[in-house]
Write a protein that binds this ligand. Sequence first.
Ligand code: NAD
Length: 311
Amino acid sequence: QLQNVGFIGLGNMGSRMANNLVKAGYKLTVYDLNSDALKKFSQMGVSTKKTPYEVSEASDVVITMLPSSAHVIDVYTGPNGLLHGGKLLRPWLLIDSSTIDPQTSRNLSATISNYNLKEKKGDQETPVKLDAPVSGSVIAAEAGTLTFMVGGPEEAFLAAKSLFLSMGKSAIYCGGAGSGSAAKLCNNLALAVSMLGVSEALALGQSLGVAASTLTKIFNCSSARCWSSDAYNPVPGVMEGVPSSRDYNGGFASKLMAKDLNLALESAKQAGCKYPLTSQAQKIYTELCSDGHEASDFSCAFRHYYSGLDE
Ligand code: NAD
């Protein structure tokens, strides 16, 4: 029932996720604003389209993997968007894997639950949407080892589980619409802070005469161990195959981390509580972007703040 999969957003993450769906035997139809990204897929024999609406014509399920809320709203409700013409053409399931704010996720789900399908498929007439952001880097997207955190109707989650497991190693149901997006913001807040903590500690170690590689070995079998130290180390030369080993190219752009921290800060304000580390991390990543590093991987915070190489 979910053999025909539409995929929109073929960037660092989406291109790899879509590739894993092709490998798993799904019939894909793809779209991206970037014609180079599309070309790579058409060269692999994958069907490419000129608008999201055309993708919806060919798909039972459409997955979006876009930078931010504004892009997702545009792909869903903009001209020639998935909901163009007031009725969804065909897909009965819409999965948004972009990291966006929980409120936008909930609003889109509410909008979609008011739509009927133009063509009925079996007894399915009301389409459903899941928010299903992912954790894991570009490396995990490539290896098919992402973690999906999913909000929306539980039956839809169960129906989509094999799709998730073709792109990831786990899929965790979080609750109603927007709860996947909420879980993702919390995950990235912890990540942003842990990356800064590891960077600062490794920098202090270096100034005290302990090499970052030695300190990393210690962290990784001690209580400071975390993903930022053992899988995505920010210090050049400590680990191979991570952005710090290639001048912080590729990976998870600082501007995306700044975006996620803005969303976390906004949610924190709405919750009416003080979250001092959220504010501090948001300031640091925003500054990193305004200093010209918005496209570099977020682990470049190490170079920017601590290694003195930026001067
Ligand atoms: P990216 O910028 O590399 O890719 C986004 C793609 O969307 C681009 O190819 C762009 O051309 C396309 N796009 C933008 N607007 C579009 C539109 N209106 N129609 C069609 N295509 C459009 O971003 P990414 O790193 O792949 O991240 C995507 C999402 O995943 C973000 O929300 C990000 O926060 C999240 N994420 C990223 C990582 C990571 O390590 N990069 C990890 C987990 C989650």
